[in-house]
Ligand binder design. Structure first.
Ligand code: SAM
Length: 322
Protein backbone atom coordinates (compact mmCIF):
# COMPACT_ATOMS: atom_id res chain seq x y z
CA UNK A 1 0.00 0.00 0.00
CA UNK A 2 1.28 3.45 -0.93
CA UNK A 3 2.01 5.53 2.16
CA UNK A 4 3.60 8.96 2.51
CA UNK A 5 5.95 10.26 5.18
CA UNK A 6 2.98 11.47 7.27
CA UNK A 7 1.38 8.02 7.43
CA UNK A 8 -1.39 8.82 4.91
CA UNK A 9 -2.34 5.87 2.70
CA UNK A 10 -3.39 6.20 -0.92
CA UNK A 11 -5.95 3.80 -2.31
CA UNK A 12 -7.82 6.33 -4.44
CA UNK A 13 -6.62 7.51 -7.87
CA UNK A 14 -8.08 10.46 -9.75
CA UNK A 15 -7.32 10.04 -13.39
CA UNK A 16 -7.89 12.89 -15.80
CA UNK A 17 -8.32 11.66 -19.37
CA UNK A 18 -8.67 15.03 -21.11
CA UNK A 19 -8.26 18.72 -20.36
CA UNK A 20 -10.96 19.62 -22.90
CA UNK A 21 -14.42 20.75 -21.81
CA UNK A 22 -17.32 22.25 -23.76
CA UNK A 23 -18.74 24.13 -20.74
CA UNK A 24 -17.54 27.59 -19.78
CA UNK A 25 -17.94 27.66 -16.02
CA UNK A 26 -17.10 31.07 -14.60
CA UNK A 27 -14.67 29.63 -12.07
CA UNK A 28 -12.89 27.22 -14.44
CA UNK A 29 -12.86 27.90 -18.21
CA UNK A 30 -14.91 31.12 -18.59
CA UNK A 31 -13.55 31.69 -22.11
CA UNK A 32 -13.89 28.06 -23.17
CA UNK A 33 -11.22 25.43 -23.75
CA UNK A 34 -8.40 26.30 -26.07
CA UNK A 35 -5.78 23.60 -25.47
CA UNK A 36 -4.43 20.43 -27.05
CA UNK A 37 -6.82 17.93 -28.74
CA UNK A 38 -7.72 14.61 -27.14
CA UNK A 39 -5.10 12.83 -29.26
CA UNK A 40 -2.42 14.56 -27.13
CA UNK A 41 -3.59 12.87 -23.94
CA UNK A 42 -2.95 9.40 -22.50
CA UNK A 43 -4.14 6.68 -24.85
CA UNK A 44 -5.89 3.56 -23.68
CA UNK A 45 -2.71 1.44 -23.66
CA UNK A 46 -0.95 4.00 -21.49
CA UNK A 47 -3.98 4.08 -19.20
CA UNK A 48 -3.87 0.28 -19.00
CA UNK A 49 -0.25 0.37 -17.83
CA UNK A 50 -1.07 3.08 -15.32
CA UNK A 51 -4.08 1.30 -13.81
CA UNK A 52 -2.26 -2.03 -13.62
CA UNK A 53 0.59 -0.38 -11.73
CA UNK A 54 -1.64 1.56 -9.35
CA UNK A 55 -3.83 -1.48 -8.65
CA UNK A 56 -0.70 -3.46 -7.78
CA UNK A 57 0.22 -0.67 -5.34
CA UNK A 58 -3.13 -0.95 -3.54
CA UNK A 59 -5.41 1.41 -5.47
CA UNK A 60 -8.98 0.15 -5.17
CA UNK A 61 -10.95 3.19 -6.35
CA UNK A 62 -10.51 5.15 -9.58
CA UNK A 63 -12.27 8.40 -10.46
CA UNK A 64 -12.21 9.25 -14.16
CA UNK A 65 -12.33 12.99 -14.63
CA UNK A 66 -11.14 15.85 -16.80
CA UNK A 67 -11.82 18.35 -18.44
CA UNK A 68 -14.97 16.59 -19.51
CA UNK A 69 -14.25 12.85 -19.69
CA UNK A 70 -17.33 12.10 -21.78
CA UNK A 71 -15.82 14.11 -24.65
CA UNK A 72 -13.48 11.18 -25.27
CA UNK A 73 -14.86 8.71 -27.79
CA UNK A 74 -13.25 5.85 -25.86
CA UNK A 75 -14.73 6.89 -22.49
CA UNK A 76 -16.76 3.66 -22.18
CA UNK A 77 -13.68 1.60 -23.07
CA UNK A 78 -11.71 3.37 -20.35
CA UNK A 79 -14.46 2.67 -17.82
CA UNK A 80 -14.45 -1.00 -18.83
CA UNK A 81 -10.66 -1.15 -18.64
CA UNK A 82 -10.68 0.25 -15.10
CA UNK A 83 -13.54 -2.02 -14.02
CA UNK A 84 -11.69 -5.07 -15.36
CA UNK A 85 -8.35 -4.22 -13.76
CA UNK A 86 -7.66 -6.71 -11.01
CA UNK A 87 -7.75 -4.94 -7.63
CA UNK A 88 -9.90 -1.99 -8.75
CA UNK A 89 -13.19 -2.36 -6.90
CA UNK A 90 -14.85 0.97 -7.53
CA UNK A 91 -14.98 2.99 -10.76
CA UNK A 92 -16.56 6.42 -10.60
CA UNK A 93 -16.51 9.52 -12.79
CA UNK A 94 -17.06 13.26 -12.61
CA UNK A 95 -19.01 14.80 -15.49
CA UNK A 96 -21.04 17.86 -16.40
CA UNK A 97 -23.78 15.36 -17.12
CA UNK A 98 -24.92 16.61 -20.52
CA UNK A 99 -24.41 13.16 -22.05
CA UNK A 100 -25.89 11.13 -19.21
CA UNK A 101 -29.38 10.83 -20.70
CA UNK A 102 -28.04 9.13 -23.83
CA UNK A 103 -24.98 7.35 -22.39
CA UNK A 104 -25.61 6.39 -18.75
CA UNK A 105 -26.88 2.91 -19.54
CA UNK A 106 -23.79 2.13 -21.63
CA UNK A 107 -21.47 3.49 -18.94
CA UNK A 108 -23.23 1.40 -16.30
CA UNK A 109 -22.86 -1.68 -18.50
CA UNK A 110 -19.16 -0.89 -18.87
CA UNK A 111 -18.79 -0.90 -15.07
CA UNK A 112 -19.37 2.65 -13.87
CA UNK A 113 -20.71 2.61 -10.31
CA UNK A 114 -21.05 6.29 -9.47
CA UNK A 115 -21.18 9.66 -11.20
CA UNK A 116 -20.61 13.06 -9.66
CA UNK A 117 -22.48 15.58 -11.74
CA UNK A 118 -21.83 19.31 -11.49
CA UNK A 119 -25.02 21.32 -11.07
CA UNK A 120 -24.37 24.81 -9.79
CA UNK A 121 -28.00 25.94 -9.68
CA UNK A 122 -31.48 24.49 -10.11
CA UNK A 123 -32.61 27.73 -11.71
CA UNK A 124 -32.14 27.27 -15.50
CA UNK A 125 -31.16 30.91 -16.09
CA UNK A 126 -28.69 30.96 -13.22
CA UNK A 127 -27.30 27.61 -14.39
CA UNK A 128 -26.72 29.00 -17.88
CA UNK A 129 -25.11 32.13 -16.48
CA UNK A 130 -22.63 30.14 -14.38
CA UNK A 131 -21.79 27.41 -16.89
CA UNK A 132 -22.25 29.09 -20.28
CA UNK A 133 -24.60 26.23 -21.28
CA UNK A 134 -28.37 26.14 -21.22
CA UNK A 135 -28.57 22.43 -20.42
CA UNK A 136 -30.05 22.09 -16.96
CA UNK A 137 -33.20 20.25 -18.09
CA UNK A 138 -31.18 17.77 -20.15
CA UNK A 139 -28.82 17.15 -17.20
CA UNK A 140 -31.66 16.62 -14.72
CA UNK A 141 -33.17 14.08 -17.14
CA UNK A 142 -29.73 12.47 -17.27
CA UNK A 143 -29.68 12.05 -13.48
CA UNK A 144 -32.92 10.06 -13.67
CA UNK A 145 -31.52 7.86 -16.43
CA UNK A 146 -28.34 7.28 -14.40
CA UNK A 147 -30.29 6.30 -11.28
CA UNK A 148 -32.49 3.96 -13.35
CA UNK A 149 -29.32 2.39 -14.78
CA UNK A 150 -28.16 1.58 -11.24
CA UNK A 151 -25.48 4.27 -11.00
CA UNK A 152 -25.06 6.09 -7.64
CA UNK A 153 -25.44 9.80 -8.25
CA UNK A 154 -23.84 12.67 -6.39
CA UNK A 155 -24.21 16.30 -7.40
CA UNK A 156 -21.46 18.90 -6.98
CA UNK A 157 -22.29 22.56 -6.44
CA UNK A 158 -19.59 25.21 -6.11
CA UNK A 159 -20.52 27.86 -3.54
CA UNK A 160 -20.35 31.37 -5.04
CA UNK A 161 -21.18 34.67 -3.30
CA UNK A 162 -23.18 36.07 -6.22
CA UNK A 163 -25.46 33.07 -6.37
CA UNK A 164 -25.79 32.23 -2.69
CA UNK A 165 -29.28 33.73 -2.27
CA UNK A 166 -32.28 31.52 -3.15
CA UNK A 167 -30.14 28.60 -4.27
CA UNK A 168 -30.11 26.75 -0.96
CA UNK A 169 -33.88 26.78 -0.47
CA UNK A 170 -34.40 25.33 -3.94
CA UNK A 171 -31.76 22.64 -3.45
CA UNK A 172 -33.20 21.68 -0.04
CA UNK A 173 -36.65 21.41 -1.52
CA UNK A 174 -35.29 19.14 -4.23
CA UNK A 175 -33.53 16.91 -1.69
CA UNK A 176 -36.78 16.25 0.17
CA UNK A 177 -37.78 13.80 -2.57
CA UNK A 178 -34.55 13.20 -4.52
CA UNK A 179 -32.38 10.36 -3.18
CA UNK A 180 -28.98 11.73 -4.15
CA UNK A 181 -26.09 13.34 -2.26
CA UNK A 182 -25.64 17.03 -2.97
CA UNK A 183 -22.17 18.32 -2.17
CA UNK A 184 -21.42 21.98 -1.62
CA UNK A 185 -17.81 22.72 -2.57
CA UNK A 186 -15.97 25.81 -1.39
CA UNK A 187 -14.51 27.69 -4.33
CA UNK A 188 -10.77 27.03 -4.52
CA UNK A 189 -8.28 29.57 -5.71
CA UNK A 190 -6.49 28.67 -8.95
CA UNK A 191 -3.73 30.44 -10.85
CA UNK A 192 -5.98 31.84 -13.58
CA UNK A 193 -8.71 33.19 -11.27
CA UNK A 194 -7.27 35.15 -8.35
CA UNK A 195 -9.72 38.05 -8.67
CA UNK A 196 -12.73 35.80 -9.18
CA UNK A 197 -11.75 33.89 -6.05
CA UNK A 198 -11.41 37.07 -3.96
CA UNK A 199 -14.88 38.27 -4.89
CA UNK A 200 -16.71 34.92 -4.88
CA UNK A 201 -15.23 32.65 -2.20
CA UNK A 202 -17.46 31.89 0.77
CA UNK A 203 -16.73 29.57 3.68
CA UNK A 204 -18.85 26.44 4.11
CA UNK A 205 -18.81 26.80 7.92
CA UNK A 206 -21.99 28.91 8.26
CA UNK A 207 -23.83 26.35 6.11
CA UNK A 208 -22.48 23.54 8.31
CA UNK A 209 -23.79 25.30 11.41
CA UNK A 210 -27.17 25.92 9.79
CA UNK A 211 -27.53 22.26 8.78
CA UNK A 212 -26.69 21.01 12.27
CA UNK A 213 -29.12 23.53 13.82
CA UNK A 214 -31.83 22.23 11.46
CA UNK A 215 -31.38 18.61 12.49
CA UNK A 216 -28.89 17.26 9.93
CA UNK A 217 -26.44 14.73 11.41
CA UNK A 218 -22.90 13.94 10.33
CA UNK A 219 -22.44 10.45 8.82
CA UNK A 220 -19.44 8.20 9.44
CA UNK A 221 -16.80 8.53 6.71
CA UNK A 222 -16.05 5.51 4.48
CA UNK A 223 -12.40 4.50 4.20
CA UNK A 224 -12.30 5.19 0.44
CA UNK A 225 -14.41 8.33 0.74
CA UNK A 226 -13.49 11.63 -0.80
CA UNK A 227 -13.03 14.76 1.28
CA UNK A 228 -16.72 15.53 1.92
CA UNK A 229 -18.36 15.65 5.36
CA UNK A 230 -21.75 14.06 4.68
CA UNK A 231 -24.98 14.76 6.55
CA UNK A 232 -28.42 13.12 6.56
CA UNK A 233 -31.83 14.17 7.84
CA UNK A 234 -34.89 11.99 8.53
CA UNK A 235 -37.18 14.33 6.53
CA UNK A 236 -35.03 14.28 3.39
CA UNK A 237 -34.52 11.54 0.79
CA UNK A 238 -31.14 13.00 -0.17
CA UNK A 239 -27.97 13.74 1.81
CA UNK A 240 -25.79 16.83 1.89
CA UNK A 241 -21.99 16.87 1.66
CA UNK A 242 -19.66 19.74 2.47
CA UNK A 243 -16.21 20.03 0.95
CA UNK A 244 -14.26 22.70 2.76
CA UNK A 245 -10.66 22.71 1.55
CA UNK A 246 -9.91 25.84 3.59
CA UNK A 247 -10.89 24.23 6.87
CA UNK A 248 -8.24 23.22 9.38
CA UNK A 249 -6.87 19.68 8.95
CA UNK A 250 -8.55 19.17 5.53
CA UNK A 251 -5.41 17.44 4.22
CA UNK A 252 -5.14 15.06 7.18
CA UNK A 253 -7.52 12.59 5.55
CA UNK A 254 -5.99 12.88 2.07
CA UNK A 255 -6.14 9.43 0.49
CA UNK A 256 -5.79 10.23 -3.21
CA UNK A 257 -3.22 10.83 -5.91
CA UNK A 258 -3.80 12.41 -9.29
CA UNK A 259 -2.68 11.72 -12.81
CA UNK A 260 -3.14 14.52 -15.32
CA UNK A 261 -4.27 13.80 -18.87
CA UNK A 262 -0.72 14.44 -20.07
CA UNK A 263 0.63 11.63 -17.91
CA UNK A 264 2.01 13.66 -15.01
CA UNK A 265 1.66 12.57 -11.42
CA UNK A 266 0.32 15.30 -9.12
CA UNK A 267 0.84 14.55 -5.45
CA UNK A 268 -1.71 17.25 -4.63
CA UNK A 269 -4.33 19.22 -6.59
CA UNK A 270 -2.16 22.25 -5.91
CA UNK A 271 1.37 20.82 -6.37
CA UNK A 272 4.09 23.11 -7.68
CA UNK A 273 4.49 20.78 -10.64
CA UNK A 274 3.44 17.47 -12.16
CA UNK A 275 6.01 14.65 -12.18
CA UNK A 276 6.32 13.16 -15.64
CA UNK A 277 5.90 9.39 -15.84
CA UNK A 278 4.62 9.23 -19.40
CA UNK A 279 7.71 7.48 -20.75
CA UNK A 280 7.02 4.56 -18.41
CA UNK A 281 3.40 4.54 -19.57
CA UNK A 282 4.15 4.64 -23.26
CA UNK A 283 6.68 1.83 -22.93
CA UNK A 284 4.27 -0.31 -20.89
CA UNK A 285 6.70 -0.37 -17.95
CA UNK A 286 4.50 -1.26 -14.97
CA UNK A 287 7.48 -1.78 -12.63
CA UNK A 288 8.93 1.60 -13.68
CA UNK A 289 5.65 3.34 -12.83
CA UNK A 290 5.52 1.66 -9.43
CA UNK A 291 9.07 2.62 -8.55
CA UNK A 292 8.60 6.21 -9.75
CA UNK A 293 5.37 6.72 -7.79
CA UNK A 294 6.70 5.11 -4.61
CA UNK A 295 9.83 7.26 -4.67
CA UNK A 296 7.91 10.45 -5.56
CA UNK A 297 5.48 10.02 -2.70
CA UNK A 298 8.25 10.90 -0.24
CA UNK A 299 8.01 14.51 -1.40
CA UNK A 300 4.26 14.91 -0.81
CA UNK A 301 3.69 17.88 1.50
CA UNK A 302 1.53 17.78 4.61
CA UNK A 303 -0.83 20.50 3.29
CA UNK A 304 -1.96 22.11 0.04
CA UNK A 305 -1.00 25.55 1.50
CA UNK A 306 -4.08 27.04 -0.19
CA UNK A 307 -4.76 29.15 2.91
CA UNK A 308 -1.53 31.00 2.14
CA UNK A 309 -2.75 31.63 -1.43
CA UNK A 310 -0.35 29.09 -2.92
CA UNK A 311 -2.10 27.58 -5.95
CA UNK A 312 0.90 25.69 -7.33
CA UNK A 313 0.86 24.85 -11.03
CA UNK A 314 -2.94 24.59 -11.23
CA UNK A 315 -4.27 27.35 -13.48
CA UNK A 316 -7.81 25.94 -13.44
CA UNK A 317 -9.25 22.59 -12.37
CA UNK A 318 -9.95 21.41 -15.94
CA UNK A 319 -6.20 20.71 -16.01
CA UNK A 320 -6.55 17.96 -13.44
CA UNK A 321 -10.18 17.35 -12.53
CA UNK A 322 -11.57 18.55 -9.18
N1 SAM B 1 -16.24 18.34 -16.49
C1 SAM B 1 -16.50 17.64 -15.28
C2 SAM B 1 -17.53 18.38 -14.45
O1 SAM B 1 -18.12 19.33 -14.94
O2 SAM B 1 -17.77 17.96 -13.32
C3 SAM B 1 -15.27 17.25 -14.47
C4 SAM B 1 -14.20 18.27 -14.29
S1 SAM B 1 -14.59 19.59 -13.20
C5 SAM B 1 -13.04 20.44 -13.18
C6 SAM B 1 -14.64 18.77 -11.64
C7 SAM B 1 -15.28 19.52 -10.51
O3 SAM B 1 -14.45 20.58 -10.12
C8 SAM B 1 -16.63 20.12 -10.81
O4 SAM B 1 -17.57 19.71 -9.85
C9 SAM B 1 -16.39 21.61 -10.71
O5 SAM B 1 -17.53 22.28 -10.26
C10 SAM B 1 -15.27 21.65 -9.72
N2 SAM B 1 -14.45 22.87 -9.81
C11 SAM B 1 -13.86 23.41 -10.89
N3 SAM B 1 -13.17 24.52 -10.56
C12 SAM B 1 -13.33 24.68 -9.22
C13 SAM B 1 -12.83 25.63 -8.28
N4 SAM B 1 -12.04 26.62 -8.63
N5 SAM B 1 -13.16 25.46 -6.98
C14 SAM B 1 -13.96 24.43 -6.59
N6 SAM B 1 -14.44 23.50 -7.44
C15 SAM B 1 -14.14 23.63 -8.73
Amino acid sequence: MLEDSFGRRFHYLRLSITEACNFRCQYCLPDGYDGPPNSAFLNINEIDTLLTAFAQMGTSKVRITGGEPSLRRDFSDIIALAANTSGIERVVATTHGARLASEAKGWADAGLQQVNVSIDSLDPNQFALITGQNKLTQILKGLEVAVAAGIDVKVNTVMLQDFSQNRLARFLDWLKTTPITLRFIELMETGAHHNFFSSQHMSGLPLREKLIAEGWTLLKRRQDAGPAQEFSHPDYAGNIGLIMPYSKDFCETCNRLRIAANGKLHLCLFSEQGLDLRHYLSSGDVEGVKQFVTESLGSKHISHYLQQGSTGATQHLAMLGG
